[in-house]
Design a protein around this ligand. Sequence first.
Ligand code: ATP
Length: 340
Amino acid sequence: MRPTYAVTELLGDGIGAELSRSVHTLADALPVRLDFTPVDLTLANRRARGKAVYDEAVEAVTTTKVALKYPTVTAEESPNQVLRRRLDLSVIHRPVYTIPGVPTNFTRNLDVDIVRIATGGTYDDPGRAIGDDAAVSLRIVERRPVREAARYAFGLARKVGKRVTTASKYTIQKATDGLFESVAGEVARQYPEVTHNVELFDALLGKLIMAPEKFEIVLVLNEYGDFLSDMACGLAGSLGIGASANLAFDASSVVRVALYDAAHGTAPDIQGKNLANPTAIFLALSMLLTQLGEVALGQSLKAATLDLLRQGVRTRDLGGSESTDSFTAAVAAEVGRRTA
Ligand code: ATP
């Protein structure tokens, strides 16, 4: 009997249907059974059913605890924003790595997991003017989301055998960043087997470029995570191929729900043409498997996908000649071989 896991599948627009087909083909080749609950988040269904669609999505995700989301069109509302608010998704985990076959200006290997507290910082307060010549805004750091993100980062480090770096400006922003480092330090002490390094955020940016191999999991506050993710993606040249986890936690800082999605959009220009590259959604699925505790399987799926890219088995957007279906079949066969 294959172990069975319930997964919500949030169906989307554009190439979403093709990506879903690919995910099902791949899932059939896995040594576990993924029992999908589909929720139709296409624009047509959102327009027809309004809030009821989101109620259904929230209920399904809350029940299955993990979800895979395909890209959706933002029209009247942004489904990502609605889901973030309704599910209280407060932390974003974004792995960024150089992918063989994806052109980049950066010549080194980068492989870093960015864990970003997605609330607070300077982003919750638009600020206000003081007369004509000055303005002020609040910077908010709260113990709870820092603790949640830290437990997730250190838990992941323990699961996959990596070290954690926290980065901030604690020497200058003594109250806010000081609180962040203090909470992260408390959590670190509960994971004595995980190496924890502390860096100043500006120094981290330089070191990440000079010595990327030193950084495995980086835990940061909201705005730092925003800057760092884009810089890292730029270095890796993989803005459109990445995936992320959006996480919500229960009262004891345990992951309550995790929603995985691809960084790219709905790509309406190639919809229905069997040209969509399913790499990002496969990488999202690999993260989902890791979260389910299927760490080796998650790593096999990621390695199989990246090895095929390295060997030149690529879709047209990466300069190859594979279709969505043929690339999917190749990944499914490779994962099947590795896990047989
Ligand atoms: P949206 O409005 O949903 O963001 P978009 O087309 O403006 O859609 P993307 O979907 O990110 O933005 O697409 C940007 C370009 O990259 C398009 O030419 C698209 O075809 C291509 N693209 C995006 N995702 C993929 C993919 N998975 N496979 C192949 N090409 C893709």
